[in-house]
Design a protein around this ligand. Structure first.
Ligand code: ITT
Ligand code: NA
Length: 185
C-alpha cells in the first residue's frame, strides 16, 4: 500500500486509475506541505521527506508543471500559481503570434520511506499549445495541451486515454516498477 499526499483531487483520480493498472493499492491523504522555491525535483524531495516524517510511513508526492519553450519554460514550477492567477486565456494571449508552440508537461514523483533519503522519478510528455481551449475533460492546462499523435488536447481525452501516456503515467509507472522490484529483492 502506498500513500499519495496531494491536495489535488484530479491527480488522485488519475493516480488511482494508474495504480489499478499495475495492481498496487493506493490511499490518499491531503496533508499540505510548504513548497520550497526550486526545481520540481527539489519540491518533490522536500515534500516526500516532510510527509514521511510527519506520518512515519512511506509516501509519494508529486510536483508537476507545464513548460512552454517559447516562454523559456514558463509557467514551469509556477504552474499552480499561474493557473489560479492568469488562467488559460492569458496563456493564450502570451502565445499570440508565437509560431513555436512546443510545450511539455513534466511530473516528478518524490518517494520517501522512514529513515531513508527521498528518491525522485521524472515523467514527461511532449505536445503543443493549441490556438484555443479544446475539450472539457481533465483540469487546469489540459484544454490547451495538444497531443499531436492524437490530434486532441488532454481536455478532449478521457482520464483513461490521458493515462495511457501522460507525464503522470510515465512518472508513476517508473516509480511503480522500481517499487515493486525493490520489494521483491
Ligand atoms: P499538490 O501540490 O497538492 O499535489 P497542486 O495542484 O498544487 O497539488 P503542483 O504543485 O504539482 O500540484 O502544481 C502543478 C500544477 O501544474 C497544477 O496545479 C496544474 O495547474 C498544472 N498541472 C500539472 N499536471 C497537470 C495536468 O495533468 N493537467 C493539467 N494541468 C496540470
Ligand atoms: Na502544490
Amino acid at each position: 500500500m502506498i500513500t499519495f499526499i496531494t491536495g489535488n483531487k484530479h491527480k488522485v483520480i488519475e493516480a488511482e486509475n494508474i495504480f489499478k493498472l499495475f495492481g498496487v493499492e493506493l490511499e490518499h491523504i491531503n496533508l499540505g506541505y510548504m513548497e520550497p522555491q526550486g526545481t520540481l525535483e527539489d519540491v518533490a524531495k522536500f515534500g516526500a521527506k516532510y510527509a514521511c516524517q510527519e506520518l512515519n510511513k512511506s509516501v509519494i508526492v508529486e510536483d508537476a508543471g507545464l513548460f512552454i519553450r517559447a516562454l523559456n519554460g514558463f509557467p514551469g514550477t509556477y504552474s499552480s500559481y499561474v493557473q489560479d492567477s492568469l488562467g488559460n486565456q492569458n496563456i493564450l494571449k502570451l502565445m499570440d503570434g508565437v509560431d513555436d508552440r512546443y510545450a511539455e508537461f513534466r511530473s516528478v514523483i518524490g518517494y520517501c520511506a522512514p529513515n531513508s533519503e527521498p528518491k525522485v522519478f521524472l515523467g514527461r510528455i511532449k505536445g503543443q499549445i493549441a490556438f484555443e481551449e479544446r475539450g472539457s475533460f481533465g483540469f487546469a492546462y489540459d484544454p490547451l495541451f495538444l497531443v499531436e499523435e492524437e490530434d486532441k488536447t488532454f481536455g478532449e481525452l478521457t482520464t483513461k486515454d490521458k493515462n495511457q501516456f501522460s507525464h503522470r503515467r510515465n512518472s508513476l509507472e517508473k516509480f511503480i516498477n522500481w517499487y515493486t522490484n525493490q520489494r521483491d529483492e
